[in-house]
Design a protein around this ligand. Structure first.
Ligand code: ADP
Ligand code: MG
Length: 238
């Protein structure tokens, strides 16, 4: 009852899924470790955004998640902070291991932006990251991959290049994010996405974030997510 009212107040609609965890109402309630809570505090964020209130418990429950919310609603840390907890719970990388978390994004600009958030929030942890995107020299990207990074943020084309030339591999990926899924499909990345996801173990956790929920994004979710739960923020028609 109270949860219903909280969701209504936040224009939060959980549109699909059995066993959706209840939303959190404060950063502390997430159970994030001190290194994350202190960085959140340092940002001066007054409270979690509506998408964070619902997506954090969903992602932390280990379920596959679809989250639809408009640009500027705080989606990046909705998936990036649970990625860090996921990584903290995995065995350390061994030499030759690829990333544990893979975040796919449509553009170089977005990949860099996501990387900056991962770096900011990971600064007090052992979690390393790199961004892999086209239109930039490969050397530094290859060096990062070969040193070992727990998080790779990548545009599809350059990642496939790195995979085909065996600069990295996806054998250790257990947390996959497709950010701006609608834009990736608009840009024609579906074949590349299929090729990449086909190399990732099927028992991974998969999260899909998008500003809109058109048919082609629904199809992608049905193909790549397993028994997912979904949250939509705002009064968007479905
Ligand atoms: P989206 O991916 O939904 O477009 P972003 O993750 O890029 O949104 O976030 C937009 C802006 O909001 C960023 O500057 C981010 O730092 C900020 N932000 C994220 N979470 C909060 C919060 N809880 N309170 C205030 N600002 C936030
Ligand atoms: Mg975003």
């Amino acid at each position: 009852r109270e949860i219903e009212e909280f969701r209504k107040e936040k224009e939060m609609k959980v549109v699909q899924g059995r066993g959706v965890p209840k939303p959190i109402t404060s950063f502390e309630e997430t159970g994030f470790p001190p290194y994350l809570l202190s960085t959140i505090r340092a940002q001066g964020f007054p409270a979690p955004t509506p998408i964070q209130c619902q997506a954090w418990p969903m992602a932390l429950s280990g379920r596959d998640v679809v989250a639809i919310a408009q640009t500027g609603s705080g989606k990046t840390i909705s998936f990036a902070l649970p990625a860090m907890l996921h990584i903290n719970a995995q065995p350390l990388l061994a030499p030759g291991d690829g990333p544990i978390a893979l975040i796919l994004a449509p553009t170089r600009e977005l990949a860099v932006q996501i990387q900056q958030e991962c770096t900011k929030f990971g600064s007090n942890s052992r979690i390393r990251n790199t961004a892999i995107y086209g239109g930039a020299p490969k050397g530094p990207q290859i060096r990062d991959l070969q040193k070992g990074v727990e998080i790779v943020i990548a545009t599809p084309g350059r990642l496939i290049d790195m995979l085909e030339t065996q600069k990295t591999n996806l054998r250790r990926v257990t947390y996959l994010v497709m950010d701006e899924a609608d834009r990736m499909l608009d840009m024609g990345f579906e074949p590349q996405i299929r090729k990449i996801v086909g190399q990732i173990r099927p028992d991974r956790q998969t999260l899909m974030f998008s500003a809109t929920w058109p048919r082609d994004v629904q199809r992608l979710a049905n193909d790549f997510l397993n028994d997912f739960i979904q949250v939509n923020i705002g009064s968007m028609e479905l």
